[in-house]
Design a protein. Structure first.
Length: 403
């Protein structure tokens, strides 16, 4: 098979590239800048630079179409929010290529945290009480309602731009820096104490064919995971299937959910309608079989399986030595790196290129770096250039479904 993996800057994109390339598939990696780590893997057959899906949508679709035609691509695997642009413009892609992601309207329902809450409630999955605010007056009223609160934009990701008065991120963002609007509302919830539990799932024709449930014992700046430990999947698999059944019993694609384990109860927090680092914990054969829908039962990652992004763990040990050095030393000595066994170390050497790329997008604002590292490939609920009338109407309906 001939596969195009987009947004190859991500560690999980690199892992997907390795899984395909190591088993004899022809893999093309693409991103908006040449230094993306996946574009330098030994397991690719070719790589390409494409326009930003967010800022140059028409050119992005033209670039993807050119790659598909030039390399006779059979399957496109989006690994970040370019999935929204590809799904919205699917009719403009070559008819013979398969896009492995859900329909645009379903992706939008999952990505918008307001409409996501409605889906989760209908599916009978626990979720914290939620208030949607569209201006600063509503925001102040909502946070006064909860002695301990947690707030973020309905379109947000990666643990950035979080407003809370509780936990390690308390006070990191000021209320004055939050700007909810009717088009870009914010979500306010009572602070739900407990460890974060994440999932990664492959779904084919409405059935979960692979499931990884994991925690991130070590995080960079209390947001992005840099170590990944597989947990028991019994409840998360049930909850994931319930959500899929409610959303679309024909859904095909990759989905990732975040839960909080609050005194033994799992509360759904948000959905990333794309892969996350959980895919790294999945064995190659299980991944390929699940993607094709060939496995009769769901492939589930065994609890206790662990991986780390070693360079990030090392950096974290020196950034916050008092808080993390002991744990980081254990990880560095005992836990396999995400590249363990691949003999593909040159790819990860391009990791600093992502920081340089983000710094350019952040225009020198250091505090915005983490957010900016994906700024050219995100989707924040805006109408997409060239989208169909059907998808435009579906987007309006998603906005109307917010609570």
């Amino acid at each position: 098979m001939r596969i195009l993996v987009t947004s190859s800057r991500n560690t999980f994109a690199l892992d997907i590239i390795r899984k395909f390339g190591s088993t004899g598939h022809y893999v093309v990696a693409a991103d908006t800048y040449a230094g993306a780590i996946g574009s330098h893997s030994r397991y690719i057959s070719s790589h390409a630079v494409v326009a930003s899906p967010r800022f140059e949508t028409d050119q992005f679709i033209d670039d993807i179409t050119r790659i598909v035609n030039d390399h006779e691509i059979d399957l496109i695997i989006p690994t970040f929010e370019e999935a929204f642009y590809l799904a919205a413009r699917k009719s403009d892609l070559p008819a013979a290529v398969t896009l492995f992601t859900g329909r645009f309207d379903k992706l939008a329902q999952l990505h918008d945290k307001g409409s996501f809450q409605r889906i989760v409630e209908r599916a009978g999955v626990p979720i914290p009480e939620t208030v949607i605010v569209t201006d600063k007056e509503e925001l102040h009223a909502a946070i006064e309602r909860f002695p301990q609160f947690f707030a973020r934009a309905v379109f947000s990701r990666g643990g950035v731009s979080l407003l809370t008065n509780t936990g390690p991120l308390a006070g990191k963002m000021a209320v004055e820096d939050c700007h909810p609007t009717p088009d870009q509302p914010w979500l306010v919830q009572p602070f739900t104490d407990g460890p974060m539990i994440c999932t990664y799932s492959i779904i084919v024709d409405g059935r979960v064919t692979a499931q990884c449930t994991y925690s991130a014992p070590e995080q960079w700046a209390h947001s992005t995971g840099i170590t990944f430990l597989a947990e028991d999947s019994t409840r998360t698999l049930e909850y994931t299937q319930r959500i899929i059944d409610e959303l679309d019993p024909t859904y095909t694609g990759q989905l990732s959910f975040d839960f909080v384990n609050h005194h033994g109860e799992l509360y759904a927090i948000e959905c990333n309608p794309r892969p996350t680092n959980g895919v790294i914990l999945l064995e190659t054969a299980e991944f390929l079989a699940a993607l094709a829908g060939r496995n009769g039962s769901t492939a589930v990652v065994e609890a206790g399986t662990e991986r780390q992004i070693r360079l990030a763990v090392l950096a974290d040990a020196f950034t916050e030595p008092v808080a993390h050095l002991k744990t980081s030393l254990h990880d560095l000595l005992e836990v396999h790196d995400v590249g363990h066994g691949w003999h593909d170390s040159f790819a990860m050497m391009w990791g600093p290129a992502a920081i340089i790329h983000g710094a350019k997008l952040a225009h020198g604002h250091r505090e915005q770096l983490l957010k900016a590292m994906g700024d050219d490939i995100v989707w924040n609920g805006e109408p997409i250039v060239g989208m169909s009338m059907h998808d435009a109407e579906a987007l309006e309906e998603v906005h109307a479904q917010r609570v």
